[in-house]
Design a protein around this ligand. Structure first.
Ligand code: MN
Length: 488
């Protein structure tokens, strides 16, 4: 792609981008990689170009796009970071340096993988844009993975599935996460991939046709209630996420209701809830399938209203309702924060902005917590990895303190986990608990939305039996720590 075409594409994605800066970075990268080829045989420059385009697509700022163009310059050519600093300034040089450092670590067994994760998170805490460049870089590497030897393909695909896709999810980049997983899927589970794609091909087509029929019916009903939808379209589930869901539903495709969902975008929140009402007036909802992720967002910031109904001809169908702001945030996740900051003259609701900033801060708190916890010396690399999987990448629940603070815990967490999450002393003194005002056992699983109160007794210590049911490693380590100190 020549400079002119590239710049045109960037400006289409971001009309306000700093064109002279990006142009300069393009020329610099082109000269630095001159004559180099990728394993696929194409000119090397195509790789940084694609990386930069992905960054522009997820609405990152011009400096990050420039750093995306330069991300392999220090690694693969004779140029140094000093030269980048002289030409492009400190900020861009630091981004490139961060990416170069992350690139030095290769996945070699468990211990190296843990080291890799650690560095990722540390980089993230310093400047999250470094991780975003790495994700865009990985996306293009996955798209061209076919050119590499089989053994390498497997390693890179596995790393993508275990590290990069969960990171993208955590950052609220749902679409990118789906793409990374679908690209890795055929390399890790080739037979399952073939089986699944064959199986759903006809289903996808059939469901899309069906939703085309639903669309005008719904539109008519909405307009009757004075709701003008900005968009109604269908969204097919990503293959890998479907595969994982099938594993939980006896591999039975008939039990999956959101294979193709109908997405409706309406002007504001009031209309979003009104739309839910209209859908339920037309079609009977399935009990327990109404999910208000707007009132109670997912831990990664995902917001939307979902409902599943017995639709026309009794077909079970999922609807997803959003406003334009919410839709952008679910597409761009954490990045929406910079996007809105850069476009200050764009009018947006103040509380929407506050919510975005809150969700960014929440992420940073999460990273801070992780950093603190890494410092604890008695955590071995295996334990660290295991904890990451259990504590951070699994489904989360939200419960509330009596004061209304939201506490984010892994699914299956108990009152003891909750107590240690509040404070180590509260954990150690935990004598009983109530959920929504009723007494519950200390080993009972907490449920989403409960208000939990801990009954604490001073001078009381933890019980060794707690180790059998606590879910978070944080609580486990605190309990063990208490007994260790006592035996000293
Ligand atoms: Mn690269």
């Amino acid at each position: 792609m020549n400079q002119q075409t590239f710049l045109k594409k960037i400006l289409e994605l971001q009309p306000k981008a700093d064109a002279p800066l990006i142009q300069e970075a393009y020329d610099f990268a082109l000269a630095a990689h001159a004559g180099q080829k990728r394993k696929s045989g194409e000119d090397y420059i195509n790789h940084p170009i694609q990386t930069a385009l992905t960054l522009a697509q997820i609405k990152l700022d011009s400096k990050t796009i420039a750093a995306g163009l330069l991300h392999d310059v220090v690694d693969d050519t004779t140029l140094t970071n000093e030269e980048i600093k002289n030409k492009f300034g400190n900020e861009i040089a630091q981004l490139v340096e961060g990416v170069t450092k992350l690139g030095k670590i290769k996945y070699r067994g468990l211990e190296r993988q843990v080291e890799n994760l650690r560095r990722m998170f540390l980089a993230m805490a310093e400047d999250i844009r470094v991780v975003l460049i790495k994700l865009a870089d990985r996306l293009h590497n996955m798209q061209t993975l076919g050119a590499l030897p089989t053994k390498k393909q497997k390693r890179i695909a596995l790393e993508t599935l275990e590290i990069y896709a969960p990171l993208a999810y955590r950052l609220g980049l749902g679409e990118l996460k789906g793409q990374l997983e679908d690209l890795a899927f055929p390399y890790i589970f080739p037979q399952e991939y073939e089986w699944l794609t064959k199986l759903v091909k006809d289903h996808y087509r059939e469901r899309e046709k069906y939703l085309e029929k639903i669309k005008p019916i719904l539109e008519k009903e909405l307009i009757r209630e004075n709701i003008r939808p900005l968009e109604i379209n269908s969204r097919a589930k990503h293959y890998y996420s479907l595969f994982k869901k099938l594993q939980r539903y006896d591999m039975d495709l008939n039990k999956i209701y959101d294979l193709v969902a109908c997405r409706i975008i309406v002007p504001d929140l009031e209309k979003a809830y009104a739309t839910l009402g209209v859908i339920h007036q037309c079609w009977k909802p399935l009990p327990g399938r109404i999910k208000d992720y707007i009132a109670l967002p997912k831990p990664n910031g995902y917001r939307s209203i979902h409902t599943t109904v017995f639709c026309k001809d009794g077909k079970i169908t999922e609807f997803q309702i959003r406003t334009p702001e919410i839709h952008e945030q679910t597409e761009y996740g954490i990045v929406a924060h910079w996007f809105y900051a850069e476009q200050k003259n764009r009018p947006i609701a103040k509380d929407a902005l506050n919510r975005q900033i809150n969700s960014v801060t929440k992420e940073l708190e999460w990273v801070k917590q992780l950093r603190e916890w890494q410092k604890e010396i008695h955590v071995s690399p295996d334990e660290f990895l295991e904890s990451l999987k259990i504590d951070f990448f699994k489904d989360r629940i939200f419960v509330f303190t009596p004061k209304g603070d939201v506490i984010d815990l892994p699914e299956g967490a108990t009152p003891v986990d909750f107590a240690y999450h509040i404070h180590t002393d509260i954990g150690n003194q935990c004598a009983g608990a109530t959920a929504d005002g009723k007494m519950i056992a200390l080993d009972e699983e907490l449920k989403n939305g409960q208000v939990v109160e801990i009954i604490a007794k001073k001078q009381k210590g933890p019980n060794r039996k707690w180790l059998e049911f606590v879910k978070t490693n944080f609580a486990r380590n605190r309990i063990k720590g208490w007994f260790r100190e006592k035996s000293d």
